[in-house]
Design a protein around this ligand. Sequence first.
Ligand code: 6PG
Length: 271
Amino acid sequence: MDGTGANPEMLPREILPGVFVCSDTPELARFTARRFVDWAWQSIAKDGNFYAALSGGSTPRELYRVLATPEFRAQVDWPRVHLFWGDERAVPPDSPESNYGMARRELLLRVPIPGANVHRMEAEDPNIGRAAHNYEAVLRKFLPIDDRGFPRFHLIFLGLGIEGHTASLFPGSKIVRETSRWVSTPLVPKLGARRMTLTLPVLESAHRIVFLVAGAEKASILHTVLCEHSDPPLPAQMVKPRDGERLFFVDQAAAAKIMAAQSQPIPKGES
Ligand code: 6PG
């Protein structure tokens, strides 16, 4: 058994500490779903509930579908699972752009999770600042608070944008320097739209951060995030749990540049 508690012959390759490569997106979704099931049981056994924040974008869709299959949904004690979001777009929940909407269609409508355990970000609120305060109140109501005064998730799923953003923490945004707020509402210039997002201190307080990254278009940024020094650091590089683990679950296409570099013979005299 290794750090992820998985059965070795089923394990993807660990190409860097905490970076696991699956052959393709379906295997990535199944591997992640197995871990979700294990972590849910461990947290429920220890703390009575499992507090997890879901990511948005397209990459987690397959995971949500797999978790909703009879094989996996039967393995989760859903009445003890509370789901939150790492970030949300300023759109109504039924919008095709909504991160909540996607998870609802692919997962929430197909598993027996009580409605009271689903805590979406109401980022469509015209007064998005007030909605962010309301979300902080929801986090305060349900989540344990760590020694620095931040809510502590058992698990936070994150994605990776091609320019190094994660959740809705974008390069160059002053939000990445936030040190006290739990939830922020950045205006994202390149999108010309507001987002609602958990802040870096909240991400750093998690027991476990899992970046889900797939596709050849992510190969370059994944290499940058994991193998290069950026000045200033990219938001995805800044997410380091203070007292928890950071894992990357990726597919082969996204890991291609790292794996290519690893297979390069070390030039003479550089070993
Ligand atoms: C969002 C996200 C964002 C996402 C990345 C990757 O609302 O868009 O939460 O951080 O995870 O942009 O998105 P893809 O998975 O679609 O590449």
